[in-house]
Write a protein of this length. Sequence first.
Length: 310
Amino acid sequence: MKTKVFVGVDVSKDSLDVAIGLEKQILTFANDQKGVDALIEKLSRIGPELIVFESTGGYERLAASSFVEAGLPVVIVNPRQVRDFAKSAGILAKTDAIDARVIVRFAAAVKPDVRQLKDRETLELTAMVTRRRQIIEMIVAENNRSKLANKRSKKDIKDHIRWLEKRLDKIESDIDKMIQISPIWRCKDNILRSVPGIGPITSASLICDLPELGVLSPKKIAMLAGLAPLNCDSGKFRGRRRIWGGRSSVRSGLYMATLAATRCNPAIKIFYQRLTAAGKCHKVAITACMRKLLIIANAMLRDQTLWQQN
């Protein structure tokens, strides 16, 4: 019987530190196309059961996407999960070599599910949506600065804000054009934007940041977005249910969409009013409405149906 081999990859800007199974030796490859190709050649001969990367803000993308193209099973996990696993095993020290060994132990013990990674076009759309979010943050920051600025500085800030607003209009136009070019994205966008409350930007965010939408069950999609209520009970103690983890960018977009939906979407509006009438605070009610809006969108994409007003 063939022994299952797990691989852990600790990623940094310049290098990939690789732990293979129970081998003590840590292999180091350059984090560039040449180094990644050499690593793929080695791992292809081994045939690993699973290759696990930590998410490192984008430095893992080249290697992970190349591994997928080579047909290798790849998972990118939250570094907090790996660190908590290390602490539970009593491993407090932290170096690249130690991290690689911890990741391979995590892979063998937890066996995280392999999910489809974003292709290059989706990564490009994600980058544009992220850039739009950054521009908005800069506009807000500049508006806050202008309130305390003197006359000379205020003029410069206003000029900068006007320039940023032009860039914002341009990137929003580019996002829309990119979605309309793709038949699959265009279909998803039409379905999502038919839901009262979901606008073009929220739709784009769901398309690129939550590609599993329409594929997973309601419970799994809510958990993935960080909108599933989690128990907090111990013995006779019954704590309040809380949301935790998940994809913050998805929740940010859904929050604004839900605020609009509580006014213009009959299903969400009635649900929100029923919750507040039952004594739920605004934040709890809005979170529940976000989850309901997400589950509705998930069902519509699954069934390929537009919003229908009852």
